[in-house]
Design a protein around this ligand. Structure first.
Ligand SMILES: [Zn+2]
Length: 334
């Protein structure tokens, strides 16, 4: 394969300069209302000398708010005198999606978390992915990417990392998850890992940590507090920010197999039979999907295929065939 062309994205910050810089990743985007226009993705760099680099992102999906709420505040308040090394903050990674309040980009329908490694000559979303892949990820020692459920899912608040073939890398990631101190900590399984930012970072050998902190296309006071405390904890744990980790109690969870997930096979109106965090027995009905086209029809029952607790659920009141209805997880006894 021939060498890829350079990224079209021009940063207005210098990643090697000490102090605080608020600027942009400027991505040329010529369009009807702005012939030589650009997408201006906010970026903040806080640097104080040599040391590790943390790359922090929110808004990978545009309708998830705990990450942006934590990271715009961190960018505004982090004092470089308390930093050893570099913190790169991109609070709204898929900025067009974030501005539209949608999971994917309104420009190209790109799902940032299925667009890696991206392309320098691709769509707007692919160009952003390519810039992270080739310019930002290589700078980082630790990569933290905030997620929540967005408009269609709701989660118990957890911090997570993946089971990895490199056990030393996995151990560092789980130690960072533990430091985050969310109410739940997850050993995560993906149903669709190709093209994910997670996978790109992990394949580069980075310590990669993520979250699911609620959802429904909004945020809650509790989940925002968890996000703000947690990200400072991770930076302290990594030795990048001064101070002790504020440990909280966390319950470790595991997603042992694909049996965790349940999907709707019909359209209808969903009735959640179990609330988030509640225990579920194998075979128990976790949700019912009511047909709404006529009266007199029995609901479809969605049964658990394993025992555990309800870690995530479909959020809107209406459901379509193929939607993820529920995710179960197993509490790990320590
Ligand atoms: Zn997400």
């Amino acid at each position: 394969m021939s060498a890829l062309r350079p990224s079209p994205i021009a940063p207005t910050v210098d990643f090697e300069r000490d102090g605080v810089q608020h600027g942009f990743l400027r991505l040329p985007y010529s369009r009807d209302d702005s012939a030589w226009g650009s997408v201006m993705i906010p970026v903040c760099v806080v640097r104080n000398g040599k040391g590790s680099t943390a790359l922090l992102t929110g808004g990978n999906h545009g309708d998830e708010y705990e990450g942006p709420l934590a990271l715009y505040e961190l960018a505004r308040t982090l004092d470089p005198r308390n930093v050893s090394g570099t913190v790169i903050i991109v609070p709204a990674m898929n900025y067009p999606a974030f501005r539209a309040g949608t999971r994917t980009s309104p420009i190209d329908k790109g799902n940032m978390n299925r667009s890696f490694p991206g392309r320098p000559d691709g769509t707007v979303t692919e160009k952003i992915a390519d810039y992270f892949q080739r310019e930002l990820l290589p700078r980082a020692d630790i990569v933290f990417d905030f997620h929540s459920g967005g408009k269609t899912l709701d989660f118990v608040p957890f911090c997570a990392a993946h089971t990895l073939p490199d056990k030393a890398q996995e151990k560092k990631a789980f130690a960072a998850v533990e430091a985050f101190s969310a109410p739940f900590s997850m050993r995560m399984t993906e149903i669709d890992a190709v093209g994910m930012y997670d996978t790109a970072a992990e394949e580069m050998g980075k310590v990669f940590v993520t979250t699911e902190l609620g959802g429904g296309g909004t945020s809650r006071a509790e989940t925002v507090r968890i996000a703000r405390r947690g990200i400072l904890n991770v930076l302290r744990h990594a030795g990048i920010v001064d101070g002790a980790v504020e440990k909280g109690r966390t319950q470790w969870l595991d997603m042992p197999s694909g049996d965790c997930f349940a999907f709707a096979e019909d359209d209808g109106m969903i009735e959640t039979m179990v609330d988030l965090g509640e225990p579920v027995e194998n075979g128990q009905v976790v949700a019912r999907i009511h047909p709404v086209g006529r009266t007199g029809q029995a609901p479809q029952e969605i049964r658990a295929r394993m025992s555990g607790l309800l870690a995530a659920r479909h959020f809107p009141g209406l459901v379509k065939a193929g939607d993820c209805v529920s995710v179960l997880a197993v509490a790990v006894q320590e």
